[in-house]
Design a protein around this ligand. Structure first.
Ligand SMILES: O=C[C@H](O)[C@H](O)[C@H](O)COP(=O)(O)O
Length: 221
């Protein structure tokens, strides 16, 4: 079974978590693309979706799913999104596709966060995948220097502008032993919009596609 088949398996398993008839929070990425295909099969029983990126919005609308503005919604019941890495507390690294800020906003505004991924994404310690940081363009060099002071090696993601008009620094080599602390420290640098650590608001459940079937993982305390 290849990684994409595992992603698809986890994405379809997430349908079970869509219990109500309201608005579903939808993330971004190749795993979420499978979830949107799955969601399309129940589109007549849900009101619609809120979307974390222009790419997901396009795919949702192409599938006949109405996309709402988050400002017009109350609390979202369920948010479904992928991840680049998850530890056993379901703290995540996200943003490989550059959609981290809108993803973090919808995750914060949702009651339940269901993370979907292939089995390779579960790790003991976060940090092998470079940590994306979304930055206001004029602050790029300043923020990069501040990140170097923290021990990271920021790499500018050339040619990428986020849906919010910002740039991304991918930070290598950071010690992510204390994810909540690092998430806050990075967000405190002036010019940072947000970073791809989802530790203050981790996932509530992780669905991992694997050759042995979908595994359901809850946070280990
Ligand atoms: O910005 C992108 C998102 O955080 C994605 O959810 C993450 O990169 C995982 O993507 P994929 O499902 O393609 O592995």
């Amino acid at each position: 079974m290849n990684a994409d088949e595992m992603k698809k398996q986890a994405a379809w398993a997430a349908l079970e978590y869509i219990k109500g008839d309201g608005i579903v929070g939808v993330g971004t990425g190749s795993t979420v693309n499978h979830f949107i295909d799955a969601l399309a099969t129940i589109k007549d029983r849900i009101e619609g979706a809120v979307s974390s990126s222009e790419a997901s919005t396009q795919k949702l609308e192409a599938n006949g799913i109405k996309v709402f503005n988050l400002n017009d919604c109350n609390e979202i019941e369920v948010y479904v999104d992928g991840a680049d890495e998850s530890n056993h507390l379901l703290e995540l690294v996200k943003g490989g596709g550059g959609a981290l800020t809108r993803e973090k906003i919808i995750a914060a505004a949702s009651k339940q966060f269901v993370c979907i991924a292939d089995a390779s994404k579960l790790v003991d310690v976060l940090g092998k995948f470079p940590l994306p940081v979304e930055v206001i363009p004029m602050a790029r060099s300043y923020v990069a220097r501040e990140i170097v002071k923290l021990g990271g090696q920021p790499v500018y993601r050339e040619g990428v502008i986020t849906d919010n008009g910002n740039v991304i620094l991918d930070v290598h080599g950071l010690d992510i032993m204390e994810p909540i602390k690092l998430e806050k420290t990075l967000n405190d640098i002036v010019g940072v919009v947000t970073n791809g650590l989802f530790a203050m608001r981790p996932a509530d459940v992780l669905l991992l596609g694997s050759p042995e079937g979908t595994k359901t993982v809850f946070a280990k305390s």
